[in-house]
Design a protein around this ligand. Sequence first.
Ligand code: NOJ
Length: 750
Amino acid sequence: MLWKKIKRILASASLVLLAAQSFASNDDIDSKVDSLLEKMTLAEKIGQMNQYNGFWDATGPAPEEGFAKLKYDHLRSGLVGSVLNVSGYERVRELQEVAVNETRLGIPLIFGLDVIHGHKTIFPIPLAESASWDMDAIERSARVGAVESAAQGINWTFAPMVDISEDARWGRVAEGAGEDPYLGAHIGVARIKGFQGEDLAAVDTIAACAKHFAGYGFAEGGRDYNRVDVSPYTLHNTILPPFKAAAEAGVKTFMNSFNTLNGIPATGSAFLQREILKGKWGFEGFVVSDWASIRELIAHSYAEDDKQAAEIAVKAGSDMDMEGYAYINHLEQLVKEGKVDEALINDAARRVLRVKFELGLFEDPYRYSNQEREQEWLNHKTHMAAARDVAKRSIVLLKNESSLLPLSKKQKNIAVIGPLANDKNSPLGTWRVSADDNTAISLVEGLKQYNENFQYEQGVKFSVGKETFADQIEVNETDRTGFEEAKQLAQSSDVVIMMLGEHGFQSGEGRSRTKIDLPGLQQELLEEIYAVNKNIILLVSSGRPLDLSWAHKHIPTIVQTWQLGTQSGNAIADVLFGEYNPSGKLPMSFPRSVGQLPTTYRLFSTGRGTPKPVVFWSHYIDEESDALYPFGHGLSYTTFEYSKLKVKALGENRVQVKVNVKNTGKSAGEEVVQLYIRDRFASTVRPVKELKGFEKISLASGKSKTVTFMLTEKELGFYNAKGEFLVEKGAFDVMVGGGSVGGETAQFEL
Ligand code: NOJ
């Protein structure tokens, strides 16, 4: 109900704003771009391909010396097409005024920023939001990010990140949608819709960017920026589908990636950018490099110098150089020397200008920086309500083998323990560049609205030293101050809520880990508290799947609370006290140990999958092979029963699947009904399970519902190693349930 109301409010706000928009047709825009291009010098066209990091201090005079001065001079000469990391009414306006009033042709800038999970109002990290499997909620989150950032002058976000990853060591899993390309594609599209809306020229919609093209999530060993070496099968069936879906959904821009893909840096890959993206998929927007990734072609030993790097990248289809200086310094010369065809420059500039026209920047270059909207929309109360709503939907109940949850509002003697329980910064997570520090509602704050019968003890200090976005967290490994007080409190309490996990700055870019345990002394603290009181509700806060093997064995109740953003503590309290019945399902498997990584439920069968009395079968001798909590797993305070799975082949490669779902518990709840298939025999071995459908339903206690899925060629086919899409006849298994393990099964023939 609440979110429907929020949706109405957001929608009506958008309607008012939409009234001011323009409806330029594609043909109009093309001819406007053509006539502008005719007026532009080669240098000015290259300028459109040049993006600088912020260099303007709105409160001071134009920079007089140094690097900033150089950038400023370039701006005035029409040699800058875009700026990133400048936001706020005043700053954006001042820079835009220079572009519009002082350059020869007055071409407006496009302002880019990492609006990854909200802008001022921070929503759950993308991996957490993905656990909601709720496309409306995810779209709404992006919508709010667009409304707030657009009010601050931003017209382009570097999101969504649609990199699939099967490796929890990789810190950037926090920014993605997890391990599954089918779910990932749907989530990517929902985010794009949220950012771009119905009309890009509306003042509250911004251009989205599908990144990082491609393969970045498969960094070897989970180490960020590391090489990526994957089979064509994995490339076409796992990595590319969410990007393809993004292109089909009309995303305006792509960002290429830092990694090499099978020996070629993605930024310099004509195969990826020209053959696949702009060729096969017919993408008409523009591709921005990642930060200085064109120059990094040198570090990759792929280019000898900046000039060669520029030549390779432009030929490969990278249209804009992010803070890399390779294009601005060398492209003109490369064209003059005949090494780069001017047609490539025209094409890149055309793509950039086109998006600027679509954003309505030529009609009103200042439409995105508006002081009134800035004041009205940042941290708007409807945004806060939306953030709380999405946050509670993102929480996953991993284990509930006690009667501890939901907690009663009258419960006495509650202990709250753990350094993250009273933290107002960590819940904001990675990539919250525009949020003010310490603005999240902590768990301790959130609990108070339901029940004040608790005492809090930190138990252990999380880190020593600074906790900033730019630095690495220095985790406290030695100082046990607080252990004793926490133990005493636990001993004298009836229930213990422990909030442990990773700090928000321990995941994200550059934050790969070789251990995925509870950092520092937290595991020790957990075990010591458990020794004095077993009634523990463990809340796990993290930006990635952690190894919770010990906890799973001992702790009766475990809740995955990720990093949930501004409304974190409120949302967790909503779930703990049963105000909201948890409905999240894991978008990424939680392994039993780091040694299982990388892993996914979408494994291939092996020739030796069946246990044998001797060791010669596919297994670990010291660990189970399956996940501790598999993809799709998530409990509720109620229970759901699946029955009457019916499969009907309708001809023309269409198959209808129906299943009955009943709420067999005492409370109303939501369930994500998941459909998986297995193609029994094919010309390429297919995974043992692949998600091919899902629907989130809501059921009152005792009620049931028939859910219908339609499988078409899109779901039943696959790509071979050449990237050709095949639909092969034969036997299929279909499995429907509330997770990737178990459920009802049936077969059909195609
Ligand atoms: C580098 C990151 O890889 C990318 O995702 C981000 O958008 C840019 N920096 C700009 O901040």
